[in-house]
Design a binder for this molecule. Structure first.
Ligand code: SAH
Length: 455
């Protein structure tokens, strides 16, 4: 007989919250059946309504807190909860930092690897930190609105203060919104795949205060484009670049292939660790500049360089870590899959008068083999992969190089632990406690630096 779930949809239950999942949801058990509930914290007692029942687990909605956690922030903004901009805003910041440390620790413990994870390095002011915004545009009640999607939906909640973004970016979005309204630019309608403006992207240099505005459109033509760009640049003196990206598709991808410069330069400039970086609309650039400096300094320190080493920086983006390492290395070799990012990396090396960094476009896993056949001998390999972690062929190649150290900058603890086990098979052991650095306060994202050394 099929086991029936011990709960029913739409029924209410009183539960104890026993854990916080990596997605930031509270976990309760009813007869061993797991229920995940947003906006609840460990140690809390709550009345919940079951909203979804799957075979092995369900989801609940908080109806009322019976007992609240001492780590709860009481006055939270409902819009941020509804939109998922700040899914951990109801948890005190110190507890957020501990949550992130625990998440990594638990994964290593589960893998029985005997690894220690240090307390997370946090921010002094853990909000208004993002240097980049990607804001959807929609028509609501006949008016163009900017905001954020309600969680698990494409319903736009109009928002002007995004809480975790640079406030100057928030102001710029409102200015651009009002100009688009004035010129009657029609918002994208994803149901009928009609309308013009899909998203507004804004980047602002933390040190340079240079702003780039990206207008992502469904159509090649942006009506009144000259008036719009003129007015944006006049209203926002920090704007050094206005770009248009054309996304003809009807899918969820943010940007299309074609980007054109409407005003000023196609790049803005910013600084990190005293180095200049040129950033284009489509390049990856860390979103939290204050914490990125801490993260990169740590990565450089952990690489243990004295000027005599060759370093590979895999997944190098626009060369940020590579150039930070170059000052202390003999030669740095960077690889990255996005061609434009590598073009930027080369420009960045020049602008900083760095001659000992070479960059190639390609898949990291393929390039490793090429470097191998070219006889490259790296002493240190630095990796900073996307969430899916390292390809197993990458680990095979990295091990063949037999570098003394591998410095792993990770944005996903579960793939970090998976890759750590694979590296252990090749004799690479974690030689110092793992150090989390909070790049994304108020959210569940976890960044960390781990050092592997050959036994
Ligand atoms: N180290 C950089 C970028 C890190 S983000 C920084 O800190 O700014 C991860 C980068 O990996 C992105 O730039 C992404 O484009 C790139 N990438 C993703 N898959 C890749 C692959 N298979 N090979 C090389 N680079 C890849």
């Amino acid at each position: 007989m099929k086991n029936k779930a011990p709960v029913e949809k739409n029924e209410t239950y009183d539960v104890n919250i026993i854990d916080l999942t990596y997605q930031g949801m509270g976990l309760a058990k009813i007869n061993d059946f797991s229920i995940f509930i947003e906006n609840t914290l460990p140690g809390e007692e709550a009345t919940i309504k079951v909203i979804k029942v799957n075979k092995n687990f369900g989801f609940g909605k908080l109806i009322k807190l019976i007992k609240s956690s001492k780590y709860r922030v009481e006055s939270v903004d409902k819009d941020y909860t509804r939109t998922g901009i700040a899914p951990l805003q109801h948890l005190k910041y110190d507890a957020q930092l501990q949550f992130k440390q625990n998440q990594i620790q638990q994964l290593f413990d589960k893998a029985k690897m005997g690894i220690k994870v240090l307390p997370t390095i946090g921010m002094e002011t853990p909000n208004h930190y993002r240097n980049k915004a990607q804001i959807p545009v929609k028509k609501i009640n006949g008016q163009l609105e900017t905001g954020f999607y309600r969680q698990h939906s494409h319903d736009l909640v109009p928002i002007e203060d995004f809480y975790i973004q640079d406030p100057e970016i928030d102001k710029a979005i409102v200015v651009v919104r009002d100009i688009l309204r004035k010129y009657h630019v029609s918002p994208y309608d994803e149901v009928n795949h009609s309308g013009v403006i899909r998203n507004i992207m804004v980047r602002r240099g933390h040190y340079s205060h240079q702003i780039m505005i990206g207008l992502i459109t469904r159509t090649k033509k942006l009506p009144m484009v000259d008036m719009i760009t003129k007015e944006i640049s006049q209203s926002l003196p920090e704007v050094k670049s206005i770009m248009q990206n054309i996304n003809l598709t009807d899918g969820n991808a943010l940007m299309g292939k074609k980007t054109i410069c409407l005003y000023g330069s196609s790049h803005i400039e910013d600084n990190l660790l005293g180095l200049k970086f040129y950033i284009s609309l489509t390049s990856f650039y860390q979103v939290n500049p204050i914490q990125t400096e801490k993260l990169y300094s740590l990565a450089v320190e952990k690489a243990n360089l004295d000027g005599t080493q060759n370093v590979i920086d895999a997944y190098c983006g626009i060369g940020t870590i590579s150039l930070a390492m170059a000052k202390k290395a003999k030669m740095v070799y960077g690889v990255e899959i996005v061609k434009e990012a590598i073009e930027d990396a080369k420009i960045n090396a020049q602008k900083n008068h760095i001659n000992n960094a070479k960059f190639v476009t390609g898949k990291a896993e393929d390039q490793m083999e090429k470097w191998q056949s070219q006889g490259l001998k790296p002493d240190v390999i630095v990796v900073d992969p996307p969430r899916k972690g390292l390809a197993s062929s990458f680990i095979d190649s990295a091990a063949k190089f037999a570098p003394k150290r591998i410095v792993y900058v990770s944005c996903n603890p579960s793939t970090l632990v998976r890759d750590a086990r694979r590296l252990a098979d090749y004799g690479y052991e974690i030689s110092e406690p793992v150090q989390p650095v909070d790049q994304f306060p108020q959210t569940v994202h976890i960044e960390s630096v781990t050092v592997f050394e050959k036994k």
